[in-house]
Design a protein around this ligand. Structure first.
Ligand SMILES: Cc1cc2nc3c(=O)[nH]c(=O)nc-3n(C[C@H](O)[C@H](O)[C@H](O)COP(=O)(O)OP(=O)(O)OC[C@H]3O[C@@H](n4cnc5c(N)ncnc54)[C@H](O)[C@@H]3O)c2cc1C
Length: 396
């Protein structure tokens, strides 16, 4: 048996023995997702057990080095782990901005001390992170950010405001872009990490049209940050910021924004519109759903190819903007079709007239409006493609 076959057999046995039955199969709702962190309340004790087991093995971040708590797996082994988890429909043990965004840039830019301090806690889901990038007046034009970070000899002092900070009210730490030189734009930005419990940090939730409150306005008033918490060089944060955005775009795209759960559009349409000889009764809707399905299939194959290329050593680059753009459009199209097929039943907010999946469809449709904004708007991603992939305009 080859090494990889042995690894597959051992992984299969380990997963069979360690993945609790209730952690297999689709999640019932968003509230079953595990984000970890100091204050996280587990809805199901099995979710805690599953995170504990996967975290101890480093398999929440399978390819990160073992010395920083990761699984130390090769890319081929990580792929086998993915396949074996999919085989038993194992749920992800942990959803984490730390794993998707911060960890990869720490591995690339942080000191050994910073890696040792932060990476193992990310892997085990002990510390939950939020992203302090956008500000009022600095969203697409992120480099206009004004949150000041002053050198006060033995520490930095931070004053300013962030906005749209997802889960800032639940996060333990923030990775934050700050202005350390007011005379330069891109070269005056630094990348710092700090504890959300530090005096002077305040997160105020903002309510969305979907009824959720996933993000906040975040205020910093005389926040003291230890100097060892700066990642990379003073005024060298822009390069790290852009790199992290590439990881963010790659991850949210590969997950397809988590849209729509496992229910097939065809089944929904047959249920609400009716069937004719086993097909959706409305020919026009049927054709559009078929076209969407083909696009979705082509998209998922492209994502797999890009992932394989990345795993073969070619790291993420600006081309990830193509995927982010397409993923946002696909997910929005999917929800438009779903709500259209459901008719008035797809516009339920609550009450006895609507069942749980109808309400979830309405809220998912409203939430999907944000897909073409979060992680960089569609227009901005198309600009990235024009400039940095196709070379159509001068680089900034
Ligand atoms: C669900 C969600 C979660 C988010 N989570 C976070 C988070 O955790 N942390 C964080 O820091 N931010 C977060 N954001 C904020 C997000 O990054 C910004 O909303 C986004 O970058 C756009 O910035 P803006 O809202 O200021 O819009 P603006 O930049 O003001 O854009 C307004 C419109 O102008 C267009 N536009 C702007 N510039 C150009 C241009 N050069 N060319 C063409 N069109 C242009 C845009 O495409 C858009 O349509 C989140 C946003 C959403 C929707």
């Amino acid at each position: 048996m080859s090494d990889l076959e042995t690894f597959r057999a051992e992984t299969r046995d380990w997963l069979e023995a360690n993945c609790p039955p209730s952690m297999r199969g689709e999640m019932g709702g968003e509230d079953e997702a595990v984000w970890g962190g100091r204050n996280f309340v587990f809805k199901n004790p099995d979710a805690k057990l599953w995170l504990g087991r996967m975290g101890a093995r480093g398999w929440t971040a399978p390819t990160w080095p073992r010395e920083y708590g990761g699984g130390g797996l090769s890319r081929e082994e990580a792929k086998i782990l993915d396949c074996e988890m999919a085989r038993i429909k194992a749920r992800p043990a942990l959803l984490s901005f730390g794993i998707w965004m911060l960890g990869p840039v720490l591995l690339e830019y942080a000191t050994d001390e910073q890696k040792r301090e932060h990476l193992p806690k990310i892997v085990r889901g002990e510390i939950r992170w939020c992203q302090g990038y956008s500000e009022p007046g600095a969203g697409s034009d992120l480099a206009s950010l004004r949150t000041r970070c002053e050198d006060r000899n033995d520490h930095f002092l931070i004053n300013g405001q962030k906005v749209w900070t997802s889960y800032a009210d639940q996060a333990d730490w923030i990775f934050c872009l700050v202005r350390t030189d007011t005379t330069k734009k891109h070269e005056g930005i630094s990348f710092v990490l700090f504890d959300m419990k530090t005096d002077g940090v305040e997160a105020r939730p903002i309510k969305l049209i979907s009824g959720n409150s996933p993000f906040c306005e975040t205020f910093f008033t005389d926040v003291k940050v230890p100097k060892k918490n700066m990642v990379g060089k003073l005024n060298g944060g822009w390069e790290i910021a852009k790199r992290l955005l590439q990881y963010e775009r790659q991850n949210i795209s590969a997950s397809g924004f988590g849209g729509g759960g496992g229910i097939e559009l065809e089944e929904i349409a047959k249920h609400y519109v009716g069937e004719e000889g086993g097909r959706i009764a409305d020919g026009d809707l049927r054709a559009r759903i078929a076209a969407h399905r083909m696009e979705a299939k082509a998209f998922s194959l492209t994502v797999r190819r890009v992932e394989d290329e990345a795993k073969a050593g070619r790291s993420v680059g600006p081309a990830v903007s193509i995927i982010k753009y397409a993923a946002a459009k696909l997910n929005q199209d999917r929800f438009e079709l779903m709500v259209e097929a459901m008719g008035t039943q797809g516009l339920g907010w609550g009450g006895e007239g609507f069942n749980a999946s109808e309400i979830a469809a309405t809220r998912g449709w409203l939430r999907s409006k944000g897909n073409s904004i979060e992680g960089g708007t569609s227009e901005v991603n198309l600009n990235v493609v024009a400039k940095r992939v196709l070379g159509l305009l001068d680089h900034q």
